[in-house]
Design a binder for this molecule. Structure first.
Ligand SMILES: [Zn+2]
Length: 275
């Protein structure tokens, strides 16, 4: 791990509402013939019924995960993951402290444009304020990570206190996005204490990082681009921030980093699932 510090930066989280995410596809047909109305209604009813069943199954699965059954791929361990699954010229982008109504939607648009999936380590209080953005993250195909409720330093906490916080955070995330897996936990400030064992018992793999770029300062977009492109090592999990302050420089940097690194033969992956 290159750095052990992480930032809070509790200021500057307010701002204009983020861009509205495109609504789902319209299903209403124009001027349906009367004689077709009944079959159409039946079909619609069946589809909704199937959706309802799926939603219930997903919710049940989520509850199961919360009881320590992992996320359907075996149990989590207490080892802190800081690399991608395949190593080599791969890296994993992770974004902490959101969701943030100003910068998270912009970041999601950048990632969509470049077809990169990332991990979002969510701050429970921010989840409660912006549940719609959690759903937008899930719709974008990204992975969720529990980053605690209030971004406290848990380094000296006992297991019960950590467990209560992590469970509360996951409950907020699941309320916002029912059924979405939460396969990772990341300790605020990288101050792990007893949290890796607790996270593992709740089915979440502790997620560390190998490269932090200090984007909480923030030092300017050019400097952020330089820190990633010159600092990245094979298989690195990279820590950046989409919340906790003005992260517009981070978003701009990501938009430049992805094509630049791809041109150099790098691929973007998810972090490894187990330590
Ligand atoms: Zn953080």
């Amino acid at each position: 791990m290159t750095e052990t510090t992480e930032t809070t930066g509790t200021t500057g989280t307010t701002g204009a509402a983020g861009r509205t995410v495109r609504a789902g596809r319209r299903s209403r047909r124009p001027r349906p013939l009367r004689r077709l109305a009944m079959p159409l209604l039946l079909t619609t009813g069946l589809c909704l019924g199937a959706l309802g069943l799926t939603g219930t199954a997903q919710a049940g699965q989520a509850q199961e995960q919360g009881r320590g059954q992992g996320n359907g791929k075996g149990k989590a361990t207490a080892a802190i993951v800081d690399s991608t699954r395949h190593g080599g010229r791969t890296l994993a982008l992770t974004f902490d402290d959101g969701p943030n109504p100003t910068d998270t939607p912009e970041l999601l648009e950048v990632l969509r444009k470049h077809r990169v999936k990332a991990v979002f380590c969510l701050w429970g209080d921010h989840v409660r304020q912006h549940p719609d953005l959690v759903r937008a993250i899930v719709r974008g195909g990204h992975t969720l990570c529990n980053h605690s409720m209030n971004h406290d330093d848990m380094g000296a906490w006992d297991e019960e206190r950590i467990r209560a916080d992590l469970e509360r955070t996951s409950a907020e995330i699941r309320k916002a996005a029912p059924g979405a897996p939460i396969p990772y936990f990341r300790a605020p400030y990288g101050s792990w204490g007893k949290s890796p064992e607790v996270a593992a018992s709740l089915g979440m793999q502790p997620l560390g990082w190998r490269l932090a770029i200090g984007d909480w300062e923030p030092p300017g977009t050019d400097e952020l681009v330089r820190r990633v492109t010159e600092g990245v090592t094979p298989g690195a999990v990279v820590l950046m921030h989409d919340g906790g302050g003005d992260r517009s420089q981070t978003v701009e940097a990501v938009d430049r980093i992805i094509p630049q690194l791809r041109a150099e033969g790098w691929r973007f992956e998810k972090p490894a699932r187990r330590g």
